[in-house]
Design a protein around this ligand. Structure first.
Ligand SMILES: *Cc1c(COP(=O)(O)O)cnc(C)c1O
Length: 441
């Protein structure tokens, strides 16, 4: 392809992508759709500038308006997360975690976190698995004992584990809560006093559940004793991709230095503007949204159970968050099912479930899929639509219908859900492609 052909092709492919998503059911638990105002922020000149440092103490000139926006962003983050301090500069959730590792531990220290099949994230992972904590910061990782029945961290087992680690000269410096497969609150309240007495700094990784915490519909980690909370700004929180850290005031200076200069140079100012807009939307609409998200996740779980799927966390009503974990091993493996569903315009991903590694399963072919409803909820879907979504999934996975036929019905179903909700403005379609160059067909 010559230069112009490549240029045209990239523009065409982006447009195709928008069209495809407008006809699909987006069920990736870590994704959401930002409002028109957030998209406007991403296109603004803020994205071409440098700031570095803290508002008012910048390394660069030209920050008059940028500083004001960032101060508003920090103020909104403090309000939304009921925190004493907020830093909105981390360029992603992983960078936010790295800043916490740098601020509160040294290479060679121990951290206790959830393993990946038990919901942990690769950024909490061991060096031998190329996990960020081990590979980049040199932390040694031990795992929390986990109850598959309760689908959360086991409190008594954790206390015992920490005592054993101390006995072996491996006293943990950091305790990491939160994760990516995250159905029920983690026991921060139950463990924070114990962990603090043992000299452990507590971070809560709210990457997935930040929007639910903002809405007051999940746990409140800082109130329950966490020292800080890291998050992504784009999962259940509906901002642009990025990271945010909130914490107790006493940790402010250490965290600020760990973010800059420790882990960022440019902190992507268009994303800071987008985060501010998303936080304002969250302050206004976040509670209603979070409530509906959780109702939708439960409705989808019940719908799937009705069609014979195994959904984890049955004992506790399947989920208290935006996502559900479905055991699909009766019908195939998670990897193959993910691909079949994608052909039917149903976008979700495969998932290692607790016990999969021990059973010799590989992350390409795990026993489960993870399904999230942040985006479908933002598109205005409610419980009755979740039953329809469960029906589309069943046609592909259980009835083994031709996915291309199901895709046509999915596209038809999506026609009524083209605007986004829970926003001050929704003048453009949720997936409308905005072209700034010559009209292309
Ligand atoms: C998604 C996720 C992250 C990473 O966030 P990015 O913004 O993609 O860097 C970190 N922690 C957890 C638990 C996550 O699920």
């Amino acid at each position: 392809m010559n230069a112009k052909a490549s240029y045209d092709e990239v523009l065409r492919l982006m447009k195709e992508h928008h069209h495809w998503f407008s006809e699909s059911i987006p069920l990736i638990a870590s994704e959401n759709i930002p409002s028109a105002a957030v998209r406007e922020a991403l296109m603004s000149d803020f994205g071409n500038r440098y700031a570095e440092g803290w508002p008012g103490e910048r390394v660069y000139a030209g920050c008059t308006y940028i500083d004001q926006v960032e101060l508003i962003c920090n103020e909104l983050a403090r309000k939304v997360f009921r925190s004493e301090f907020a830093d909105c500069r981390a360029t992603s959730g992983v960078v936010a975690n790295l800043a916490i590792y740098a601020a509160f531990s040294r290479p060679g220290d121990y951290m206790i976190a959830a393993s990946i099949p038990n919901g942990g994230h690769i950024s909490h992972g061991k060096k031998e698995n190329f996990g960020t904590a081990g590979l980049v910061h040199g932390l040694n990782i031990e795992y929390y004992p986990f109850s598959k029945e309760e689908m959360t961290i086991d409190v008594d087992g954790t206390k015992k584990k920490i005592q054993e680690m101390e006995h072996d000269g491996k006293s943990p410096k950091l305790g990491m809560f939160g994760g990516s497969l995250f159905l029920f609150p983690h026991p921060v309240k139950e463990l924070s006093d114990f962990m603090h007495e043992h000299g452990i700094y507590i971070n809560y990784d709210g990457a997935h559940v930040a929007g639910l915490i903002a809405g007051g519909e999940f746990q409140d980690p800082l109130k329950e004793g966490a020292d800080s909370m890291t998050m992504s700004s784009h999962k259940t929180l509906w901002g642009p991709q990025g990271g945010i850290i909130v914490s107790l005031e006493k940790h402010a200076e250490t965290i600020k230095k760990a973010v800059f200069p420790g882990n960022t140079s440019s902190h992507h100012l268009h994303h800071v503007a987008g985060k501010a807009i998303a936080l304002a939307e969250s302050l206004q609409f976040g509670k209603d949204y979070a409530k509906q998200v959780i109702k939708n996740a439960r409705a989808l779980a019940e719908g799937l159970v009705g069609f014979g799927f195994g959904v984890l966390g049955e004992k506790k009503g399947y989920t208290a968050s935006h996502q559900i974990a479905v055991d699909v091993s009766k019908f195939g493996d998670g990897g193959t099912i993910e691909k079949d569903l994608e052909k039917a315009n149903i976008i979700l991903n495969r998932q290692l479930l607790p016990g999969d590694i021990k059973a010799g399963r590989h992350y390409m072919h795990p026993s489960g899929v993870r399904i999230g409803v942040p985006e479908t909820t933002r598109l205005g879907m409610k419980e009755s639509e979740m039953k329809e979504v469960a029906g589309f999934i069943k046609r592909v996975v259980v009835d083994k219908q031709d996915p291309h036929i199901v895709a046509k019905d999915v596209a038809d179903f999506r026609k009524q859900f083209q605007q986004l909700h829970y926003a001050f403005d929704n003048t453009i379609g949720a997936y409308e492609y905005i072209s700034l160059v010559t009209k292309r067909t």
